[in-house]
Design a protein around this ligand. Structure first.
Ligand code: PLP
Length: 377
């Protein structure tokens, strides 16, 4: 099998599993327990927190472990908006993950917030001028993702965060797809809060974190025993936290993504040359190094996926959450792509160990799969 769906999830790295193993077995204590087992779990948890904090250039107390990206986004959007007395207006973008868009909608439905959803250009990029004109004196939060999960577009986060700062408005970014690829130190980016998830970078599913400035008030979403300094109740996933810290360090120890980006560019060029009518979606340059996404007009994305899977290649039509749905992707529609073309989307997401041979094979199989779907339709 050639696995090209790393934006959906990644296998757990061996080093990550090895680091986690003791906390799943002998050292299984609850970090809130006061006995020896509990104390050693607590030491491991706090060590993991400090290691995560170092990656983001923040204090350990600014890291809140969550069950993943969805929970981190919920905590950021609901938590910041509900804790900030300034007003009831949120600015977000049309290409956000549902974890952000649905959290905004929850605030609109149940707490009387107004939500301004700014559009994107044809490459899926937010224009800072649109965000500037959406800002109001009562804007409580701006939330715009670092990198898009469907087309890999890298948003102009530093420019957007600078705008937010000028306006003294908290800025949150969903960096679930960007983590491991992009420098996410909060000072370098100028942001106030970042959501991440472990399973996109070689840690297991079910662990993530919200990194947020200590000065930023945050209303908890989960109430209970007051773990994570009251920001996220629930017994912590100690092994997951250790795994997340390890996966982050490994990802950021990578020397350069230039080789992978070059391999990806070659793949994009080969697909565009081999498959008549193929369209690249998202930016050519400003995209994640591992991401290549296309539309193949005259097909259906789902049929192409099935054809590829039958030939041993696993990828997806866009976001894993929307897989199996007949609706065209709202991200592609927001980019101005016609619904009948958006329905033909296929996303390939590579990893460090993806080889040129695998990609050459993929292009050949893709050409046959697209031809065969077109000949039937
Ligand atoms: N945000 C983005 C951009 C994502 O791509 C995903 C998952 O695909 C999430 C949030 C949700 O993360 P998790 O699967 O850890 O809940």
């Amino acid at each position: 099998m050639i696995y090209l769906d790393h934006a959906a999830t990644t296998p757990v790295r061996r080093e990550v599993l090895e680091a986690m193993w003791p906390y799943l077995t002998g050292e299984f204590g609850n970090p809130s327990s006061t006995h020896e087992l509990g104390r050693s779990a607590s030491v491991a948890l706090e060590d993991a927190r400090a290691r995560v904090a170092a990656v983001f250039g923040v204090r350990a107390a600014e890291v809140t472990f969550t069950s993943g990206g969805t929970e981190a986004d919920n905590l950021a959007v609901k938590g910041i908006a509900l804790a900030t007395p300034r007003g009831r207006h949120i600015v977000t973008s049309a290409v956000e993950h549902p974890a952000v868009l649905e959290s905004c909608d929850y605030l609109r439905r149940l707490h009387g917030f107004e939500v301004t959803v700014v559009g994107v250009d044809g490459e899926g990029l937010v224009r800072p001028a649109d965000v500037a004109s959406a800002l109001r004196p009562d804007t409580t939060l701006i939330t715009i993702m670092t990198a898009n999960n469907e087309v890999g577009a890298l948003q102009p986060i530093a420019a957007l965060a600078a705008l937010a700062k000028e306006h003294s408005t908290p800025f949150h970014t969903d960096a679930v797809q960007a983590v491991g690829w992009i420098d996410l130190r909060l000072d370098a980016l100028g942001v106030d809060a970042v959501s991440i998830s472990g399973h996109k970078l070689g840690a297991p599913k079910g662990i993530g974190a919200l990194i947020s400035r200590g000065r930023l008030p945050l209303e908890p979403v989960l109430s209970g025993g007051g773990q994570e300094r009251g920001r996220r109740s629930g017994t912590q996933n100690v092994a997951g936290a250790v795994g997340l810290a390890t996966a982050l360090e490994l990802a950021y120890a990578r020397k350069s993504d230039t080789e992978l980006a070059a391999l990806r560019d070659e793949f994009i060029a080969d697909v565009l040359a081999a498959v008549p009518g193929a369209l690249l979606t998202g930016p050519r340059e400003r995209r994640l190094p591992a991401s290549a996404s296309f539309c193949f007009p005259g097909t259906s994305g789902e049929s192409v996926l099935l054809g590829l899977e039958a030939r041993g290649i696993v990828c997806s039509s866009g976001s894993a959450c929307a897989a199996g749905s007949d609706e065209p992707s709202s991200v592609l529609l927001a980019m101005g792509i016609a619904p009948e073309v958006a329905q033909t989307a296929v996303r390939f997401t590579l990893a460090e160990d993806t080889t040129r041979e695998q990609l050459v094979d993929t292009v050949n199989q893709l050409r046959v799969a697209v031809e065969s779907v077109r000949s039937l339709g």
